[in-house]
Design a protein around this ligand. Structure first.
Ligand SMILES: [Fe+2]
Length: 230
């Protein structure tokens, strides 16, 4: 721990190792209570959120280049209340990395430790792979994007990297897409989805990922436009 403090990585270590659990205790329970009422599991916001992302169509496409590198991905579902009722008009505010694991839209001040991890691309448009989608009259949503990249949790060879190895923790985070899910009549849910088959979902740096946050994918050759999964 002394080495960690001297290396300047103590705050990053606290974030990587404890942020999900400590923030869940202090904030998460106020928003959604999975054990009590069956809400989707709550996850930390993380440092990469940028407010004001543009609204996209539904079904729609997250803002990205026409030839965006990466594997195309279609995400679809239904926003429901904890009693199972679909929620038309619910807003899903999405943000994710590029396929090579970099966030757009952060200033050097906002990027903080992410910059040291090479997790920020300052050249991309501000809202690249960031967008808000509004659930339709049946609560449905669908968007196209690319499979997000892997985010390193520590600089290779750093004291934090050594500590994660010593603890048997992963030194990268599983691939994920962040979301704030909101609706006028309900508490905000801070959410992240992960992907079945990603080897990192079982070896995470910050603690086990709830199984309900890990979603299956199906491989399609060339899906037509329109609704797919729901
Ligand atoms: Fe993230």
């Amino acid at each position: 721990m002394t080495k960690l403090v001297e290396s300047g990585d103590f705050m990053l270590a606290a974030t990587v190792l404890f942020a999900v659990r400590t923030t869940e205790v202090s904030y998460g329970r106020a928003y959604a209570n999975p054990e009590k009422d069956g809400a989707s599991p709550w996850m930390a916001t993380g440092p990469a959120y940028v407010p004001g992302a543009p609204e996209i169509e539904n079904p729609g496409v997250l803002p990205m280049a026409p030839d965006e590198p990466g594997e195309p991905l279609i995400v679809s579902g239904v926003v429901r209340s904890t009693s199972g009722k679909p929620l038309p008009g619910a807003v899903i505010d999405l943000w994710q990395t590029t396929a090579d694991g970099r966030y757009a839209g952060l200033t050097p001040e906002q990027a903080g430790p992410l910059e040291g991890l090479d997790l920020v691309d300052f050249d991309l448009p501000k809202f690249h792979l960031r967008g808000r989608i509004v659930a339709d009259t049946e609560g449905r949503y669908e968007y196209r994007t690319v499979v997000p990249g892997v985010e390193p949790a520590a600089v290779p060879g750093s004291v934090l990297d050594d500590l994660l190895h010593m603890l048997g923790r992963a030194t990268s985070r599983a691939r994920h897409i962040h979301a704030y899910v909101s609706h006028d009549a309900h508490h905000l849910l801070t959410h992240q989805i992960h992907f079945e088959g990603d080897p990192l979902v079982d070896t995470v740096s910050e603690g086990a990922i709830a199984r309900d946050l890990i979603h299956g994918t199906e491989l399609h050759d060339d899906p037509p436009s329109g609704w797919h999964g729901v």
